[in-house]
Design a binder for this molecule. Structure first.
Ligand code: KG4
Ligand code: ZN
Length: 361
């Protein structure tokens, strides 16, 4: 089966055609064509994504990208319905609906977070292909992006329960806001990560201490539930920076050390809650998905957690090529669902849902 997918939930305009096959114990996917235009540079000026600008850019870029698509021999069209910025979502939905009508193909609305989850479970093989197989349930997923921070429990395929989530800011959002406070460009996650890595690897630097000279809080580290909160951490950064820069601006290596402490604080909380969720659910498979899954330190910390404390859990790290928003993940979610016999095709109009939840109960 071949699916053409369109993703416009945030600041990436993406289209992909992916072929999928059902295996006895999973799925295989092959990316036939994929293209993406990032608007990140445009939004950098605003320090975050500006919804109406995103919409305008998606509307401008979709036909430009689409023109290059030679794979017209497809079985269905998939499009992100939500969650995301509604004006941005609408541009993809309108485009997909017109295309479905013109080509007389079924249209499948997809949840963006399910796209992150399913594509992250698949392991890459050669030739733009990946295989998603042998997934033992229950599955625990940590989804971390610019808009979400959630722990998902899945006891059977395509059924999801949100067992923990952020009460305020998403972790990617915290990365972006703290980066902005440090004078780093948008999107801030990769910038903070780069700076922090410099300190971690520069063993001869005086700032490469095991203990950071500044201590930030680890919000909700010891709370009884699996929820998160990052807005307090962000405020703590604001106050700490205000104090530190009273006399003079931060030096480059101080900035890097501060970025390291922030990354440590975030990772400590994410690891602690993951550990707690694994113990509580007895999950047999774990996956991390979403833009923040690209974070090198978080990936390392998770690896260590699974090696030392949960060696029996099947631990899946997504390939770095698909952690950020893309249309391949939307196609893969649509394929996995359709190949499993789920009929999500809609006869009527699809409506963008900005706060669409992944929860099925
Ligand atoms: O999934 P995604 O591409 O878009 C949303 O669905 O939100 O996630 C984007 C988020 C941004 O906040 C970005 O700063 C963050 O992912 N991010 C990172 C890294 N790469 C991207 N955060 C920390 N470390 C990274 N290496
Ligand atoms: Zn995303």
């Amino acid at each position: 089966m071949k699916v053409l997918a369109i993703e416009t939930s945030c600041d990436e305009t993406a289209v992909a055609v992916v072929a999928g096959e059902k295996l006895s114990n999973g799925f295989s996917f092959q990316v036939l064509q994929s293209a993406l235009i990032s608007q990140a540079n445009l939004h950098a000026e605003y320090g975050g994504v500006y919804p109406n600008l995103a919409k305008r850019e998606h509307e401008k870029n979709l036909p430009i990208i689409f023109e290059k698509f030679t794979n017209k021999n497809i079985d269905a069209i998939a499009v992100t319905q939500g969650p995301g910025l509604e004006p941005a979502l609408w541009s993809g939905i309108t485009f997909a609906q017109n295309l479905a009508k013109e080509w007389q193909k079924p249209l499948i609305p997809i949840n963006h977070m399910e796209g992150h989850l399913i594509s992250s479970l698949a392991q890459p093989t050669e030739n733009h292909s990946s295989i998603l197989q042998n997934t033992r349930m229950p599955l625990l997923a940590l989804l971390v992006s610019g808009g979400h921070t959630e722990l998902i429990l899945s006891k059977e395929w395509f059924r999801y329960e949100v067992i923990g989530e952020t009460l305020d800011d998403a972790v990617g959002e915290a990365f972006d806001k703290v980066a902005r406070m440090l004078g780093l460009p948008y999107p801030g996650g990769p910038e903070i990560s780069k700076l922090a890595e410099r300190v971690r690897s520069a063993k001869d630097s005086p700032l490469h201490a095991e203990e950071s000279p500044w201590k930030l809080p680890r919000p909700m580290l010891n709370s009884k539930n699996l929820d998160f909160s990052f807005s307090g951490l962000k405020t703590a950064v604001l106050y700490a920076l205000r104090d530190l820069t009273k006399e003079s601006p931060l030096q480059e290596d101080e900035k890097a050390a501060f970025a390291r402490e922030f990354e440590d604080a975030v990772a400590d909380v994410l690891i602690a809650k993951t550990r707690k969720a694994l113990a509580e659910t007895g999950a047999k498979t774990f996956v991390i998905g979403g833009g923040v899954a690209a974070n090198a330190f978080l990936r390392e910390s998770l690896k260590k957690l699974f090696e030392t404390e949960f060696p029996e859990v099947d631990f899946r790290l997504p390939d770095l090529s698909i952690t950020g928003d893309n249309a391949i993940m939307i196609a893969e979610a649509a394929l996995a669902r359709a190949l499993s016999g789920l009929d999500d095709t809609t006869k009527g109009e699809i409506r963008a849902v900005g706060n669409l939840s992944i929860a099925t109960k």
